[in-house]
Design a protein around this ligand. Structure first.
Ligand code: BMA
Length: 950
């Protein structure tokens, strides 16, 4: 066996603070820096002072919680000094999150690499590779994923580990297949990036240690596993060629889209992607602590179920007391407990003081996200103390699957705190191929953008990763509900013993890690695998179908579902998305028709039909995916390309498109209603085409979403009662054409600005049926409002409306969608004297006295390629600074559709964009995400509207 680590002269030199140099393999404990993890116990706080220097990377909230914890610790130590022998620290730990040595298998490449991190990031940070996202680098760097890398580190333990009964080495996340050696002894193996691995290293640990992780390429491991599965194949073997990816990803418990997807590159990373810690303890340690609110309808009281999962190392049972307090609810309770050797779970039920009103947690748009600080204090025999601090939230969630009058099948909608809520939002994919680049700040930016577009829900899609703790913490805080898939997507999966054991461990871990978050409202077994079977996507011979169905049922029904039911009774579970829910279960787990609009959720994609025609959309109970592609903006593409690439048919443009015929499809859909760009300047032509794809996408998804929202309260031809619309997809993994509304880096596409309107809590929706123009009032509000509906008609050629009509006050009903207005188009055109379908456009809005009003919506009476009177508007912008915000005062010479303000790479977003401008003047705000200036904004501003591209 090769020596695990020797300090040979070719090891990289690392500069230390005092400017002395050390070889990387020689770094000792003084070089080990703790990393800010989740602050739930005193031991999570680094132990040197002063605080500012101690926690340079912590957020203010975290610093505060650490300071509170450290004060508590000091208090505890003072008590200890006062009564020696009565209280003892029960554990000690330190993190190995710092610089490691990363080497290729044959040692030809060796460099320092951060943990958490991956090989690609290390190589990039040290200049050994270019930006992996640049041009065709995903192909150029496939060698990185094909090598077998070695991570190693020499470290000292900064406390006397011999004083503790047990020493564990805990990996929060290893990516993915590795053999782990401590001091030359193999202590374990990993093969699942979603599992937390804990190794007992009490026997192997020394004062000075060498840890080595020998990785196997995920690509070769997956191929090997597939080959070893000799009985029958598990399709799909490989992704479509257009995705330029690797094969057999379904054989490895790793981010499924890391082998490529129809919107993403293939970067099967290797590395340690989460924290690594040495944890030493006496008698016991808390592995998980979970909190589940339970509302007793009869007694009308809240209880909090607390589950403490212990690893008990004491050889004898021992007792203790637990005190739980929620000061904000004047609730304190003490319990006597007894712990037994081995793994055990202590359940506690905390009755919330009935004389205090509990403020519930509400989704965005429906109320506050109140949470309460809670402390749990374990006082154990022998004077040991464990204290945990957290925030708890109170809310209930129900998935209602019940008969509906006038419609066969079952409803499928969510009630939060007893209130039916229309689910509106999008689907979340991994924010980067390299998870170490996903920072808390970048998460916050994306999630805040979801909230700013009036979303209340995101679906964490099953082809990515279970998101990091901070993701769910931010969702709790912002009121974003989460539909949480388990990580299986668009494939069939093996069910041999080793695979199933690994999945079971993963599922238990993830549920215990995540179940205390109020944001998560449902668990779902997988993405589209029931549909893949029912519709035989992979053309498996019918003689084998039963075999695959049995595998499916084993994995999702008999295992994952069973585990969820045992671990978390507080939220619903569906086996797949899409699924028929209860009906799929009644049919044995796999329904004949998982896309049945009378049951469960559906996914719907149709790129060829005219997306302005709402009749093509399914009037389903819940639509958890639907979408159209578009290109990101030029400023985003520019960062990863060069001039040769800047045309729609360049090899770069083809390379970045991973969805077969996607580029053509976008233009064909756009051509249904728009003239395609014609500018003779190739660069302008390219930019105009990018713009038009965004116009097409925004308008398509607007029409589709408005159809789903207006279908919430009606049954037509036995279909309807639609209670959810989650479009595909929120964010991007890299700079490429995709279904996303947010570009890589967070810039808003036109669709995201449209979402702000089509998800508005109060929305008038216009559409035509059989020559009659209708307006529905859609409301997510909790009260009925008397409102006036104003309908205006504009000539494309004039900034003065040709006619305007306001209704008598109408009642817009709380939580409903109902018709408010109806007029045959022929009559409307006649009423507005000079109009034809081609020369006029309708706008409409709801207003009530005071502040309440809806966005102004519009309805096109013809394709815009046939519009008569549309002029090339000259739009000027005067930019004025107003504290941290910039006002763009616009003035136009003509009516202009799809007005687009673009300030290139200046990070930030506008208050509105892509709008129909019918007034001479309009003010738009720009909210910068980093400091900028008027000069910078003026220099970067590009302002166009539809007629400019002709
Ligand atoms: C659905 C998703 C993804 C995919 C998207 C667009 O199938 O679940 O797998 O990226 O459609 O094709």
């Amino acid at each position: 066996m090769r020596p695990a680590l020797k300090c040979a002269p070719d090891f990289p030199l690392v500069k230390k603070k005092n400017n002395s140099e050390k070889r990387l393999c020689d770094l000792g404990s003084a070089d080990l820096r703790g990393r800010a993890g989740r602050i739930s116990s005193v031991s999570d706080c680094p132990a040197t002072s002063p605080p500012a220097a101690r926690m340079p990377r912590m957020l203010p909230g975290r610093q505060a919680s650490c300071q509170r914890l450290l004060m508590l610790q000091m208090l505890l130590q003072m008590l200890l000094a006062a009564a020696p022998g009565e209280s003892r620290p029960q554990s000690a730990d330190f993190s190995l999150a710092s610089s490691w040595l990363v080497q290729s298998q044959n040692g030809s490449v060796a460099l320092p690499g951060q943990v958490p991190g991956c090989v690609h990031s290390a190589l990039f940070q040290h200049g050994l590779i270019q930006d992996p996202y640049y041009r065709f680098n995903d192909l150029n760097y496939s060698w990185v994923s094909l090598d077998n890398w070695i991570y190693s580190k020499k470290f000292r333990i900064p406390f006397d580990f011999r004083k503790w009964q047990k020493v564990n080495l805990i990996f929060e996340g290893v990516d993915t297949v590795a053999e782990i050696l401590l001091n030359n002894i193999t202590i374990g193996k990993t093969d699942n990036m979603f599992h937390r691995y804990t190794f007992d290293v009490t026997e192997e640990v020394r004062d000075t240690n060498t840890i080595v992780l020998r990785f196997q390429s995920a690509v070769s491991y997956a191929a090997q596993q597939s080959k070893a599965h000799t009985g029958y194949q598990i399709p799909p073997e490989c992704p479509e060629p257009v995705q330029k990816g690797f094969c057999h990803v379904n054989f490895i418990r790793k981010e499924q889209c890391s082998f490529s997807w129809d919107w993403g590159p293939s970067f099967p990373t290797q590395g340690i992607w989460k924290d690594v810690r040495i944890v030493a303890y006496d008698i016991c340690q808390v592995d998980y602590l979970t909190f589940t609110p339970i509302y007793g309808n009869n007694a009308r009281e809240w209880n909090l179920k607390i589950e403490a999962y212990f690893d008990v190392v004491s050889s004898k049972p021992f007792g203790g007391q637990v005190t739980v307090s929620i000061p904000g609810l004047q609730t304190h309770q003490m319990y006597n407990i007894e712990l037994h050797p081995g793994k055990s779970m202590i359940p506690l039920l905390l009755n919330i003081n009935k004389s205090i009103t509990v403020e519930t947690w509400w989704p965005n748009g429906h109320g506050n996200q109140t949470g309460y600080n809670l402390t749990v204090h374990f006082k154990l025999e022998g004077g040991y103390h464990i204290e945990k601090l957290t925030k708890v939230y109170f809310r209930t969630v129900e998935l209602i699957e019940a008969p509906i009058a006038g419609s066969s099948g079952l409803s499928f909608y969510f009630k939060i705190n007893g209130l039916p809520i229309f689910i509106k939002g999008s689907n979340w994919i991994p924010a980067d191929s390299f998870q170490d680049r996903v920072t808390v700040d970048s998460l916050r930016l994306l999630l805040q953008s979801a909230v700013d577009a009036n979303m209340n829900t995101l679906r964490v899609w099953g082809g990515g990763v279970y998101a990091q703790d901070e993701f769910y913490e931010i969702c709790d805080e912002l009121g974003l509900m989460i539909w949480q898939d388990f990580m299986f997507a668009c494939a069939l999966y093996p069910t041999d013993q080793a695979f199933m054991d690994s999945v079971r461990a993963e599922v238990v871990h993830q549920i215990r890690r995540l179940k205390s978050h109020p944001s998560i409202i449902i668990w779902s077994g997988n993405n589209e695998n029931e549909a893949a079977l029912a519709d035989n996507w992979f053309s498996v011979p019918s003689s084998k179908l039963e075999l695959y169905i049995t595998d499916y049922v084993t994995l999702y029904v008999k295992n994952i579902r069973e585990i969820v039911l045992a671990e978390d009774q507080s939220r619903p579970f569906v086996t797949s998305s899409p699924t028929n829910g209860a009906e799929s279960m009644a049919e044995g787990g796999v329904s004949q028709k998982p896309y049945d609009p009378h049951f469960g959720d559906v996914h719907f994609y149709d790129y060829a039909s005219d997306c302005w025609n709402w009749k093509v959309f399914p009037k389903a109970r819940f639509v958890s995916e639907y979408g159209f592609q578009s290109w990101p903006s030029f400023s985003t593409l520019e960062k990863v390309s060069f001039p040769e690439d800047w045309s729609y048919n360049s090899s770069f443009s083809l390379h970045r498109q991973h969805h077969r015929d996607g580029n053509t499809e976008m233009l064909e859909q756009a051509a249904i209603h728009f003239k395609l760009p014609q500018n003779p300047d190739p660069l302008v032509m390219f930019k105009d085409t990018l713009y038009l794809t965004q116009v097409m996408q925004a308008q398509c998804i607007k029409t589709e979403t408005e159809f789903y929202r207006r279908s919430q309260s009606e049954i037509v031809d036995g279909k309807g009662h639609t209670m959810g619309a989650l479009y595909w997809q929120l964010n991007d993994i890299w700079q490429a054409p995709s279904w996303a509304s947010l570009e890589y880096g967070g810039k808003w596409k036109m669709l995201h600005y449209f979402a702000q309107h089509f998800f508005s809590p109060l929305l008038p929706v216009g559409f035509e049926d059989d020559g009659v123009f209708y307006i529905y009032g859609v409301s997510d509000l909790h009260m009925d409002y008397k409102m006036t509906l104003t309908v205006r008609v504009h000539l494309w050629s004039s900034l003065q409306p040709v006619c305007s009509r306001s209704t008598e006050p109408l009642v817009v009903k709380a939580g409903q969608a109902a018709p408010l207005y109806k007029e045959p188009v022929a009559e409307l055109l006649q009423r507005c004297g000079q109009c034809t379908r081609q020369s006029c456009v309708i706008t409409f809005a709801l207003t009530a006295g005071g502040e309440l009003s809806s966005p102004t919506n519009y309805h096109f009476l013809s394709s815009l390629k046939d519009a008569v009177g549309l002029e090339k508007a000259k739009i000027t912008a005067k930019i004025v600074q107003q504290e941290n915000i910039y006002r763009f005062e616009l003035e136009t010479t003509a009516v202009a559709p799809f007005v687009w303000l673009d300030v290139g790479s200046i990070p930030g977003r506008f208050s509105d964009n892509g709008f129909l401008l019918t007034e001479k003047k309009k003010t738009i705000l720009f909210y910068p995400w980093e400091s900028t200036s008027i000069t910078e904004l003026e220099r970067s501003l590009r302002l166009i509207s539809l007629a400019d591209i002709y």
